[in-house]
Design a protein. Structure first.
Length: 133
């Protein structure tokens, strides 16, 4: 089984109990955990989560995720080619106005052959990936 990519939208929904998608995210994440899926993300997603959680009660969850991913060598640092591909996509733009972190996530996912992502962000569907909730 290929690793599952963790996106900011999914992680924030999981951690933030007042998020409108919390219940769906929690159910999806519990299924991934039960199946012992291999979870990965990029340094950019982790930074985005850190910014979003800076003044939230779930700030420590970001720290724990970083430690867990790093200890298992599952935190991905984008390559120069990922960086260039992401900025090219961002520059040419789309009707959806996808953000740069998502463009970088798409580049990394394509390079690694990943297809599933823990999120409900429709930009991932538009880019050809399967969202999990």
């Amino acid at each position: 089984m290929k690793p599952i990519f963790l996106d900011t939208v999914g992680l924030i929904a999981l951690w933030n109990r007042s998020d409108q998608w919390h219940v769906s995210a929690k159910c999806s994440f519990d299924e991934l955990a039960a199946a012992e899926c291999d979870l990965v993300t990029t340094s950019a997603v982790l930074l985005e989560c850190g910014n979003a959680a800076a003044r939230q009660p779930f700030r420590h969850e970001v720290v724990l995720l970083r430690r867990n991913l790093e200890s298992r060598e599952k935190l991905i640092f984008p390559t120069r080619e990922d960086w260039e591909e992401a900025w090219q996509s961002y520059e040419t733009g789309t009707a959806d106005r996808v953000g740069i972190v998502d463009c970088l996530s798409f580049a990394v996912m394509r390079r690694l052959g990943l297809h599933q992502v823990f999120t409900n962000d429709r930009h991932f569907n538009t880019a050809g990936f399967e969202t999990l909730f």
